[in-house]
Design a protein around this ligand. Structure first.
Ligand SMILES: C[S@@+](CC[C@H](N)C(=O)[O-])C[C@H]1O[C@@H](n2cnc3c(N)ncnc32)[C@H](O)[C@@H]1O
Length: 291
């Protein structure tokens, strides 16, 4: 299904422009972490939440469940899931970035929701039969060995437990009319992720990975939230800004080129006759066998 939401964002994205990669940030991850990373993830969640909420409901998230959110970032979805499972349930968020986990924990502290956060590498998850529902959004496209992470998520599920993953197919963005800065953004993002050994076009691979991990009733959906105005049109310029250090480190672009792309994307987004999608996202869900 294609979601063609054209919405004006209710909150404007605000971030200090002097944000840089935190010293604690894992080298394997191309985007900024910490405070700046959390602000970008909140922006993404405001734009993406309607389709994520639908996925969680369709995949079977229910009150009382024990839930894993792998690669939880600032906890935007983790906290939403904690509200959905309620006081009889529990959500565990896991991430590699300690600074973003501290921010997630601060949000949780004020909420009294049933949520805990753990600092861990996704591929090292080593729990068995502990969760009713395991979820990961925009994690697999950053991993060198996403199959291992998915298998460990399935292992962590109880028999009959449910899994839902969603991730990007970066080459499939919609941009109309064609725009050179947007094309260059797609090219650079994919190049820097591939340079880390990960796959920015992983979306269509997820279904096969779920089948290989032994899930049954595997289903798939493609969502492409596309915008004429509002915050959805800011994601591209914020994302290229957030991979600036990784691009410079890999010598894929200069700071001047990144500045030019950001300015051109802003001008393009400001024109209400243009259309931009966020990254097309494959959603895959299924069930672990009962015995
Ligand atoms: C694009 S963010 C998505 C965060 C969250 N799932 C969301 O949708 O808002 C990816 C997250 O995965 C984390 N991450 C990257 N590589 C990881 C790894 N190997 N193990 C655990 N977390 C990882 C990053 O620190 C980051 O917080």
């Amino acid at each position: 299904m294609m979601s063609n939401a054209s919405t004006r964002g209710s909150k404007e994205y605000k971030e200090r422009t002097d944000a840089r990669r935190s010293p604690e940030q894992p080298e394997s991850y191309v985007l900024r972490g910490g405070q700046a990373g959390a602000a970008r993830l909140r922006l993404i969640n405001r734009v993406k939440w309607p389709t994520t909420e639908r996925l969680l409901g369709t995949a079977g998230l229910r009150a009382g469940m024990r839930v894993l959110d792998l690669g939880c970032g600032g906890g935007a979805v983790t906290l939403k899931m904690a509200a959905l499972v309620g006081s009889e349930g529990e959500v565990v968020g896991i991430d590699l970035d300690p600074s973003i986990l501290r921010l997630a924990q601060q949000e949780a502290d004020g909420s009294k929701l049933p949520v805990t956060f753990r600092h861990m590498e996704a591929e090292e998850l080593n729990e068995e039969a502990s969760y009713d529902f395991a979820y990961a959004r925009y994690l697999m496209s950053h991993l060198r060995h996403p199959e291992r992470a998915l298998e460990s998520m399935v292992r962590a599920l109880r028999p009959g437990g449910l899994l839902a993953v969603e991730d990007v197919f970066f080459p499939g963005h919609i941009c109309y009319p064609p725009n050179a800065a947007f094309d260059r953004y797609l090219e650079l993002y994919q190049a820097v992720v591939r340079a880390k050994g990960a796959d920015p076009a992983i979306g269509p691979r997820l279904m096969g990975m779920a089948l290989d991990a032994g899930l049954s009733d595997v289903q798939v959906e493609l969502v492409v939230p596309t915008f004429r105005e509002g915050e959805g049109k800011r994601v591209a310029q914020v994302t290229i800004e957030h991979i600036r250090e990784a691009l410079l480190g890999a010598e894929l672009a200069t700071s001047i080129e990144v500045d030019t792309i950001v300015a051109d994307l802003q001008a393009f987004a400001d024109d209400e006759r243009t259309l931009m999608s966020i990254a097309p996202t494959f959603q895959v869900w299924g069930r672990k066998a009962l015995a």
